[in-house]
Design a protein around this ligand. Structure first.
Ligand SMILES: Cc1ncc(C[n+]2csc(CCOP(=O)(O)OP(=O)(O)O)c2C)c(N)n1
Ligand code: SF4
Length: 252
């Protein structure tokens, strides 16, 4: 079989085989982060904080100084890194199990304090790495290994919409939810990620981008069907858009 090599990628993105499953969109999110940092010319002063989940190996794909945080604690680790190195561009990269479950307290307080860090939140509605258990973001009726009959509203409550919560906190400067299921949405996601880093560089406050993402393996779907599910099931419940932009409210 002929090997297909992609060559027009930013230097900070490492040329190596991926461990992500076919159709997983973590790779697209990695590339968009790499492009945004490259466009802004801040690769050399960026420190990533990777979390626990399928993206635990973020440092294998992005040639950046990286700190590995315990499960859910990336916003607390990023707080320490940024306060120790205020000139660095600091970001966390977290899944929905990591950020919205075990790490719920850390993300809330980090945003509320207005830490000058950026959070890339990859929401695929399951715990991917550990075998597809129910996450706080699992949709009502969605079958997972811990709710094989589907998430039940009465029993497990409604899926948590993190962007809406983060936008309500005083320290948040910018909060947007994006998807990478179409070319148009990928371009929108790139713009949002770049803007989030720009706000950090401008010292505006905490910036947060939620990326709706697929997990074909644990959704038990083909990559194509999983991509279609983003539009048919995820976006109706997790609407795309800007939930807070301090520049808009300041008239800047
Ligand atoms: C303290 C602790 N509890 C539980 C785990 C097991 N664990 C590893 S990854 C993970 C869930 C990750 O899911 P998510 O954050 O949604 O990321 P994804 O794998 O879907 O990208 C869990 C529960 C752990 N590593 N450490
Ligand atoms: S298990 Fe899901 S989130 Fe993890 S690499 Fe595979 S598709 Fe991606």
């Amino acid at each position: 079989m002929q090997e297909i090599r992609v060559t027009n990628y930013p230097e900070v993105l490492v040329d190596r085989p991926t461990h992500y499953c076919p159709g997983c969109q973590h790779g697209i999110a990695h590339r968009l982060v790499a492009e945004a940092l490259t466009d802004l010319g801040v690769v050399d002063k960026t420190i990533a904080v990777s979390s626990i989940g399928c993206s635990v190996f973020l440092y294998n794909y992005l040639n950046l100084d990286t700190v590995e945080a315990p499960h859910g604690r990336a916003p607390a680790v990023a707080t320490g890194v940024k306060r120790a190195r205020p000139d660095a561009v600091v970001f966390t990269y977290q899944g929905d199990g990591d950020l919205a479950s075990i790490g719920m307290a850390e993300i809330m307080h980090c945003a509320n304090r207005g830490e000058r860090v950026t959070v890339i939140f990859v929401n695929n509605t399951v715990y991917g790495m550990t075998g597809g258990q129910m996450a706080p973001t699992t949709l009502v009726g969605q079958k997972t290994t811990t709710c094989p009959g589907g998430r039940c509203l009465e029993r497990e409550g409604a899926p948590i919409r993190m962007s809406e919560i983060i936008a309500s906190l005083g320290g948040t400067a910018y909060c947007e939810r994006v998807a990478v299921n179409t070319v148009k949405n990928v371009l929108g996601a790139k713009k949002a990620i770049r803007k989030a880093f720009q706000y950090q560089l401008d010292g505006k406050g905490f910036s947060f981008v939620e990326v709706l993402s697929t997990c074909p393996t644990n959704w038990r779907m083909t990559p194509v069907a999983a991509n279609e599910r983003v539009a048919s099931e995820m976006i109706p419940y997790f609407p795309l858009g800007t939930f807070k932009d301090i520049a808009a409210t300041e008239g800047a």
